[in-house]
Design a protein around this ligand. Structure first.
Ligand code: TMP
Ligand code: ASP
Length: 240
């Protein structure tokens, strides 16, 4: 089977392979970690396996909460079967606590709790370093309709609530996360959660120590990325 795989898209940390039928694809998790739009790049043996397991676990959990997603099932250590969709070219970021780019941009202290979740949009375009945009930009340039954005905002807040609940039970605070959405190829009116949810795309801090259990470990050279990701997998009960 592997000799016949057709790669349709090479991303930084994943690749998309032709699926078994016209409405499905295979999402393959690579070991690459990149930061600052690939200015920093390193391979971590086994990271793809961990992110595949963690993301599949989270997508399954969200499915049990009736959040529609592209996720069908995990096929093996590296691959997931997903429903084909047209990805909306926006990174949807939800923040509960000040960290990362917002701390830097606005001169705020990392760790400051926000009064309510903050939704942000970034235009997915590596050449422009994924600039932050407003909701009006999304609609003005036709990346999504006003009604799609309304649906997505609602879904983002719902996903935030479920993820916060999931992680806090494991002693982890969900600081922020980035998600993507798409329109199902089989039914373009249907907006679904796509891509992945993993320590690559979330900020996760240990509740007691504030220790970082996410890609900031790599971005900021804070120690072993694999140990941090393994800790997340182990707390979620995926890996012992
Ligand atoms: P930021 O603070 O750097 O804007 O990141 C916000 C959240 O989005 C954080 O959880 C990391 C995640 N993220 C990605 O998944 N991909 C990216 O390209 C960036 C910049 C952030
Ligand atoms: N995803 C971005 C990159 O690949 C940056 C990041 O996650 O910090 O470089």
């Amino acid at each position: 089977m592997s000799s016949k795989k057709t790669i349709l898209y090479q991303g930084k940390a994943k690749k998309i392979i032709k699926g078994p039928d016209r409405h499905t694809l295979i999402q393959f998790f690579k070991d690459d970690a990149t930061a600052f739009n690939k200015k920093k790049h390193k391979l971590f043996k086994g990271k793809g396996v961990l992110n595949n397991l963690i993301s599949a676990f989270i997508m399954t959990y969200l499915k049990s909460k009736k959040v529609p997603s592209h996720f069908v099932k995990r096929i093996n250590d590296r691959e997931q079967l997903i429903r084909k969709c047209e990805i909306i070219p926006i990174e949807f970021v939800t923040r509960n606590v000040v960290a990362g780019s917002i701390a830097k941009k606005l001169g705020l202290k990392e760790g400051t709790k926000l009064k309510k979740p903050l939704l942000e949009y970034y235009y997915k375009e590596d050449k422009l370093d994924d600039p932050m945009i407003s909701r009006d930009h999304v609609v003005a340039f036709g990346w999504a309709t006003a009604s799609e954005i309304k649906k997505i905002d609602k879904m983002s807040l719902e996903i935030n609530r479920y993820l916060k609940m999931l992680f806090i039970k494991k002693g982890i605070v969900l600081i922020d996360f980035k998600i993507e959405f798409g329109r199902l190829a089989s039914n373009p009116k249907k907006i679904v959660l796509a891509d992945e949810i993993s320590p690559d795309s979330c900020r996760l801090w240990d509740k007691k120590s504030n220790q970082k259990l996410d890609k900031d470990v790599f971005r900021r050279n804070l120690g072993s990325l694999m140990k941090a990701y393994e800790e997340v997998a182990s707390r979620l009960g995926i890996m012992h």
